[in-house]
Every structure is written in C-alpha cells, then in structure tokens.
Design a protein around this ligand. Structure first.
Ligand code: DLZ
Length: 162
C-alpha cells in the first residue's frame, strides 16, 4: 500500500504495545543525513513515548544504506537487544545503483532477522526524489521512523507473547 494513502503511525496509534524493559537497537545510515536524521528522531521519540527508556536505545551508524545489513547483524549479536531498526534513504538516480542497494538491504536484513530470530525493521526510504523523502521524514506523509518504531514494538511484543 502506498504511504500516500496510509500513515501507519496514525492509523495504528491506539494499538501500540508498551515498550518498558525492551532494548531496541537502531542502525542509521549517514547518506542523506538530513532525511535519516529525521527518521531517527521520529523513531527515538516514538520509542520513548511508548515506554522504552532512552538508555535502552542502542545506536550505531554506518556509512551508507548498503551497510545497514552488517550494522544490523552487529547489533543482533548483542543478546540483550530485542529488535533492530534499520534506517536509511536511497534516492533513485540514473543508474542501477539504487536497485542493487535496495535489493541487497531488503534481502540482507531479512536474512539477519531470520538468522538471529529477532525483528529487524526495514526503515529504508526508497523515493524517486528528495521531496518524496522529505514528505516521509516528518512531512505530509508522516515520519517512517515513527512507523518503524511502532513495528519494532509490535514485533517484540509478539515474540514475548508467544
Ligand atoms: C554510493 C551510494 C549512492 C550513489 N547513493 C546512496 C544513497 O542514495 N543512499 C545511501 O544510503 N547510500 C548511497 N550510497 C552509498 C552505499 O550505500 C554504500 O555505502 C557504498 O556503496 C559503499 O558500500
């Protein structure tokens, strides 16, 4: 579903599990830092608003989105971390670089998630333009960092409840 039609952080707002006691890793790409910084701020704010202690948010940065997979794996190796949120932004260019990075991250973090049996949340923006990125990083389509945080809380609660 396109994010123009659905802002998950608003739609699912009433149903967010309390994150008290959860430890959440965030891996943040330095490329397009104006965007990834906004995603990060949204994710941390949402985690803290929903009961996660700031001390339980473990942050690491990687040079670009391609490195989000390995950064996620480093965080997953820490047994105390319940879930990882991977945040990046790849803007469509004129070459196939975009496709290679996006495909690699999607596949990579899926593999890490399954290998460690932990939620690794796909917080990678893949817009055509910088404007589309801004619209989804605190602009008119909300903040996908918030949505990634909500997804992390839901997946940790799901696992703890099983
Ligand atoms: C090289 C590159 C390019 C062209 N574009 C982006 C981008 O839009 N967003 C992003 O997060 N990273 C980009 N990178 C860097 C790659 O993700 C990666 O860091 C390098 O290819 C080194 O592995």
């Amino acid at each position: 579903m396109s994010s123009a039609q659905k802002n998950l952080s608003q739609v699912e707002g009433s149903n967010i599990p309390n994150g008290k006691g959860m430890r959440i890793g965030i891996v943040l790409s330095e490329w397009n830092s104006e965007i990834t910084g906004a995603l990060f701020d949204g994710a941390v704010k949402t985690l803290v608003e929903n009961g996660v202690s700031k001390d339980d948010v473990i942050i690491t940065t990687v040079p670009g989105s391609f490195e989000l997979t390995l950064g996620s794996q480093f965080l997953c190796e820490d047994k105390s971390i319940d879930a990882v949120i991977a945040l990046g932004c790849v803007i469509q260019g004129e070459t196939r670089h975009f496709d290679f990075i996006c495909d690699a991250v999607a596949q990579g973090i899926t593999n890490v998630s399954l290998k460690y049996n932990k939620p690794v949340i796909f917080g990678l923006l893949t817009p055509n333009t910088m404007q589309q990125a801004q619209d989804r990083a605190g602009g008119k389509h909300g903040n996908k960092g918030d949505e990634a945080a909500v997804t992390a809380l839901k997946m940790v609660a799901l696992k703890k409840g099983l």
